[in-house]
Design a binder for this molecule. Structure first.
Ligand code: G4P
Length: 509
């Protein structure tokens, strides 16, 4: 029997506990031998230079880009997303390759900015979202308040799968609403008792639990698998990733609740996973996964048919035929050759420079999966190579880093320099660092004062319509884009030229 697939990513604000939860989930699935090997320190807390060093040491979180574990007959694929907001574009692209998202919320802090941003992307994609409210071992917000916060801020119904009995130092356990039992908070062993036998609970704790669960039954939402599937209702789990408390029960339900591999849209049509034709798209390219070999791995989400090593496929963008001989799957710290993969699986393909993010690979009739979401950059800089003699390496580096989606590239007829765009400053720094380390090119930045990019979807832009505050450039696909210095300049332009329709990157898709 072939294992079913569940492919998901965790979204969270840095420090909410994404790494810890991933570690514990992998441990339960036997994916890694000991905790702490998933990745090094998270990026958020470090200064850039430290971050670079850390990324380097761990081969840019080689092992954690995609993780795979087998759990009771289901193959679970976990896709890592960078926590730092400067890399949110990477996260957005990764979300196109998953069927379910798990939202980790810190019970002390509630919903934070980054969660909200990423959550909106999930809502837009209509994918199911499971919520894990973490750090129950800390004195956090009231559980009912947390549910209300999710419902109000995220405009999504909640359905608690379990309910905490106390928090912080008074944490006694979690009560399963469906099974009427209590998982006792005990660091040494996992104990589950029927509520009637949970003698460690004081009377007042039982009373509070009764009151709260009654309130949930009366005023809470009725469970709807359909709503969960559409991303309109989120099942909520309480627990503590650090104490490995509630993680097993989360995983058990996850297997049930997470979506199976879903159809993906190509040229306006949904391609079903059970279609015979093999197809998939590349959502991420990672260079130097193995610093000794200077290799590049393209991550392919298999969408339909089946993948077999050595198969001949077509790259839709160029119609180029190629044989996929070098393919890998990833366990926490090992890379293994993969011979076969199914829809929902992620395959790492050795890339000698053929692929770019967003590419579709298929057999048979050509098809092209929808374009990758492009997040409108907010920072722009002109770049040049310090040493003009290095122009060959400079162009090569630029081309490859743009293919990987490290930064966005724009050109303008007004001057020769490239313009690069980024969502966050760290992207520029990573770009600079990698140009130097991988291509041996020192680059020079001239930060521009523009902060907004708008794609021109209707209307012509004449020379007299631009000036230093609004510059016309072209993106990689040669689409016209206007860069504005600020909101004011944008509004002024729109007032003056109502016949021109502008859109953010998202709307362009
Ligand atoms: P992230 O990937 O979302 O950024 O978060 P990560 O798992 O790295 O966790 C952030 C911090 O929160 C870590 O502490 C981690 O130990 C802690 N943490 C995670 N889950 C829980 C939990 O359930 N309860 C409590 N109390 N803490 C939790 P740190 O001190 O920043 O790092 P470390 O030195 O412990 O690794």
């Amino acid at each position: 029997m072939t294992a079913s697939r569940k492919t998901f990513a965790i979204i969270s604000h840095p420090d909410a506990g994404k790494t810890t939860l991933t570690e514990k989930v992998l441990l339960l699935g036997g994916g890694i031998r000991s905790a702490g090997t998933v990745k090094g320190k998270k990026t958020g807390k470090y200064a850039t230079s430290d971050w670079m060093e850390i990324e380097k040491q761990r081969g840019i979180s080689v092992t954690s880009s995609v993780m795979q574990l087998d759990y009771e007959g289901t193959q679970i694929n976990i896709l890592d997303t960078p926590g730092h907001q400067d890399f949110s574009e990477d996260t957005y692209r990764t979300l196109t390759a998953v069927d379910t998202a798990v939202m980790v919320i810190d019970s002390v802090k509630g919903i934070e900015a980054q969660t909200l941003k990423l959550f909106k992307v999930c809502r837009m994609r209509g994918i199911p979202i499971l919520t894990f409210i973490n750090k129950l071992d800390r004195e956090g917000k009231e559980p009912l308040d947390l549910l209300e916060e999710i419902e109000e801020t995220l405009d999504m119904e909640t359905y608690p799968m379990n309910w905490p009995i106390g928090t912080g130092k008074r944490l006694k356990g979690i009560y399963s609403l469906s099974a009427d039992n209590v998982e006792v908070f005990d660091e040494n062993e996992r104990r589950i008792l029927p509520l009637s036998e949970a003698d460690m609970l004081e009377d007042y704790e039982k009373e509070t639990l009764e009151e709260e669960t009654m309130l949930l039954q009366e005023a809470g939402n009725a469970f709807s698998a359909e709503k969960v599937k559409r991303g309109e209702m989120t099942p909520v789990f309480f627990g503590s990733a650090l104490a490995n408390f509630g993680v097993q029960s989360f995983l058990d339900h996850f297997v049930e609740l997470a979506a199976d591999p879903q159809p993906r849209k190509a040229e306006g049509e949904f391609i079903q996973p059970d279609s015979e034709q093999f197809s998939g798209f590349i959502f991420k390219i990672q260079a130097n996964m193995n610093p000794n070999h200077r290799d590049r791995i393209a991550f392919l989400r298999v969408c339909s048919g089946s993948f077999e090593r050595g198969m001949e496929v077509k790259l839709s963008r160029s119609n180029k035929k190629m044989k996929l001989n070098q393919s890998h799957s990833f366990f926490a710290s090992d890379r293994e050759t993969v011979d076969k993969a199914m829809p929902g699986d992620i395959v790492g393909l050795y890339d000698s420079g053929n692929f770019q993010v967003g590419d579709t690979l298929c057999t048979g009739q050509s098809l092209q999966y929808e374009e990758m979401p492009q997040f409108p950059p907010e920072k722009f800089a002109k770049v040049t190579a310090k040493n003009a003699l290095k122009h060959k390496q400079y162009h090569k580096g630029m081309e490859q880093l743009v293919q990987e989606g490290t930064i966005q590239l724009y050109k303008t007829p007004y001057f020769e320099d490239y313009i690069i765009g980024a969502v966050g400053e760290l992207q520029f720094q990573v770009f600079e660092y990698r140009m130097k380390n991988e291509y041996n090119v020192d680059i020079e930045f001239h930060h521009m004062t523009h902060e907004l990019a708008r794609w021109v979807v209707k209307g012509e832009i004449g020379d007299n319509m631009t000036d230093s505050r609004k510059m016309l450039v072209e993106d990689q696909q040669k689409r016209p884009v206007l860069l504005f210095e600020n909101d004011f300049a944008l509004r002024w332009f729109q007032d003056k030229h109502p016949d021109v329709t502008l859109a953010t990157g998202w709307e362009v898709m």
